[in-house]
Design a binder for this molecule. Sequence first.
Ligand code: PCA
Length: 200
Amino acid sequence: MMKTVCLSGFTPFGGEKINPSYEAIKILESDQYHLLKLCIPTTFENSIESITHILKHHKVDLVLMVGQAGGRQGISLERFAVNLDDNELADNDGVIKHESIIEIDGPTAYQTDLDLKPIMLDLMQNGYPTKVSNTAGTYVCNHLMYGVYHYIHKHHLDTKALFVHVPYAHEQVKDKSDTFSMSVEEISNALLVIIDAIFK
Ligand code: PCA
């Protein structure tokens, strides 16, 4: 049976014109997987629901959530989501959250069940610099990751989930000196390597 993969990226935020997370998903094609692609607004409100709505109506084997982490020097595989929104940067609704709990009845953190090391090794073998990250931050990406893990846990779903942060795309760093970037094509290929590694 063909696996169903829900792929989510975000809209641009923080003054950027593009978000490489969604640009990479847009061009990702595969005849091996059934892909459900989502572009999620970079807002605290309703971001989680964009994915839980899909999980309610489809049997999804993997949710691969992707976000931009400008300044990071490669792909980051996120290990933890914490039950906290806390950021100086407003979301795209203009909302700033300070020390705000995401799920009142949720644990302090969720940890991915996936073994991240083999995924990292496959990415490195394909030439993509990769790290396992122990924090997805406390902005909208962590918010989405936490909410989706909470939903999967609460509903005992047999759905794998991973959050991946990707660096800036080349076109975003033209006015930034000494900032790491990858092409959208490379990021897209790296996402496919991740999906293959998870189902290996
Ligand atoms: N990155 C932000 C939110 C949207 C995105 O692509 C983050 O890391 O929280």
